[in-house]
Ligand binder design. Structure first.
Ligand code: ADP
Ligand code: MG
Length: 470
């Protein structure tokens, strides 16, 4: 069921976009599937989220879970972690408001996601730059975690094609890679409105390429890319295993590079760890500068929250920002999700954002802070026994010993923290949760026949303390 839930999240993301999924869908968690009743129980952190998700997304849940579970009828039951009399009262109040056509915060949000900058320059090929004008250097909060990357991006704009070419932004999901790519594009255009800038996701590049082949339009495709001054390619990791696309891209890269045109990439994996990418392309990605983005610290999170609230004409007190930042979380996208939920609730129920209200909305969800500490503790203990640290564990290196250490880590994380495969995957830089499921299964099997391993695991568990009854 965990796997089905993960599949569902992927489909939801394709349909609703990552923001809605981070903000609302992931606010509920899968609790139980009752096969005989064909009933799925979904747990919400509070009544507000429950009502919201039920009102807006029930059909989506029904449609896709039914299909994924291969059943022909389904009942979705939403419930709140621990319902209290108080929350029931809130429920009715919110249910009333939720019926209102469109909530104000959401209007703003919708407006925001469709507010793309108008194409500043439309050339003969009708190329549009696809830049989102809201993602700028000005709206990007610089902290210890991203100061190197953001300085590199600014330097790139100052010396286009000359200083760091290509620039590769590297870091986990939701840490600001896309934001910075757009910032470069917007800044370039504000300085030179005639520059030809293109922001392109790797997915779209692949589709464009496939269509060009299908409809015999390769010359147009090539011509379009060859006249670009600044090419911003997002999530290059998705080019893995797409040999033909890589080939086409390789030539585009060379042409642009040879004529000193600026290229910037983002990736959530280091190219050298990226399976399925041709060596010559890998090496080119690292020709220039690689700048990484890390998880922000508390003070940066607070600054980001305040900035985002301000952009929505809300003032967030220090105390409130601190509280939200502490509950969240491992990346900025989740942080924004929490803020949106808090502001939506405040606006729908006509209340000010108070400590009490934040507690109500964010409820007992988001224990991620402690999870990260627990994950950290586990990797440290594993390192003591297996000598490999987080870098190796997160890498794509499949040397036997590293693989074993990594599988043991996944196994312990599941056992000790009981977190989802997705969270474990995110922490260990693994996109595909089936890898983690397999690893856990494998260690479970091995343990039964390998006494040494079994003993070592017992020691590890003992060292991790008395959590969960060990
Ligand atoms: P990534 O591409 O690395 O997955 P995004 O660039 O999409 O992440 O960032 C996720 C969200 O967080 C975006 O809405 C972005 O504006 C916001 N964000 C990330 N880092 C910052 C920051 N330092 N300051 C302001 N907003 C940020
Ligand atoms: Mg991105």
């Amino acid at each position: 069921m965990e796997l089905i839930w993960q599949d569902f999240l992927k489909i939801a993301e394709a349909e609703l976009g990552i923001r809605a999924v981070e903000t609302w869908i992931k606010a509920v968690s899968f609790y139980r599937y009752d096969e005989s009743m064909q009933k799925v129980y979904l747990k919400a952190p509070n009544v507000f989220v429950k009502d919201w998700v039920k009102t807006h997304y029930n059909n989506l849940f029904e449609l896709h879970l039914k299909r994924l579970l291969r059943i022909d009828s389904i009942a979705i039951h939403f419930f709140v972690g621990d319902e209290t009399a108080e929350s029931v009262v809130v429920s009715t109040a919110v249910a009333e408001v939720v019926k209102a056509p469109i909530a104000p915060v959401i209007t703003r949000k919708k407006a925001r996601s469709t507010q793309y900058a108008p194409a500043k320059k439309i050339d003969s090929n009708q190329m549009i730059n696809r830049l989102n004008s809201l993602y700028t250097f000005d709206s990007f909060v610089v902290g210890q975690n991203n100061s190197f990357a953001s300085a590199a991006c600014r330097a790139v704009v100052d010396k286009l094609g000359k200083l760091y070419n290509p620039l590769l932004l590297y870091g986990g999901s939701g840490l600001g890679k896309t934001h910075l790519l757009h910032s470069i594009g917007n800044d370039v255009l504000s300085k030179d409105p005639n520059a030809v800038v293109l922001y392109q996701t790797t997915d779209r590049f692949i589709n464009e390429f496939i269509n060009a082949i299908r409809f015999n339009q390769m010359p147009i495709f090539n011509a379009k890319y060859k006249q670009i001054d600044v090419l911003l390619i997002d999530d290059i990791q998705f080019m893995a295993n797409k040999e033909q696309t890589q080939e086409a891209f390789f030539h585009i890269f060379n042409t642009l590079y040879d004529s000193n045109k600026q290229i910037v990439f983002s990736s959530d994996v280091l190219p050298r760890d990226l399976g399925g990418l041709a060596d010559r392309l890998k090496s080119r990605l690292e020709w220039g500068l690689v700048a990484d983005l890390q998880v922000p610290r508390l003070e940066t999170k607070i600054a980001i929250l305040k900035r985002k609230a301000f952009a929505q004409n809300e003032i967030l007190s220090d105390e409130a920002a601190n509280l939200i930042a502490r509950r969240a979380i491992s990346n900025v996208r989740e942080l924004e999700g929490s803020l949106i939920r808090v502001l939506a609730f405040a606006s729908l129920t006509n209340q000010v954002v108070s400590v009490d209200l934040i507690g109500k909305v964010l409820g007992q969800e988001q224990k991620s802070h402690s999870v990260i500490i627990e994950f950290d503790a586990i990797t440290k203990v594993v390192q003591k026994h297996y000598f490999y640290g987080l870098t190796e564990l997160r890498s794509k290196n499949r040397t036997k010993n590293i693989s074993l250490a990594r599988q043991v880590t996944m196994y312990l994380m599941k056992q000790v923290t009981n977190k989802s495969l997705r969270e474990i995957g995110e922490f260990l830089n693994r996109k595909d949760h089936t890898t983690i499921a397999h690893a856990i299964q494998r260690i479970d099997d091995l343990r039964k026949i390998d006494n040494d391993l079994d003993e070592r695991l017992l020691n590890l568990q003992r060292e991790l303390g008395s959590r969960n009854g060990f």
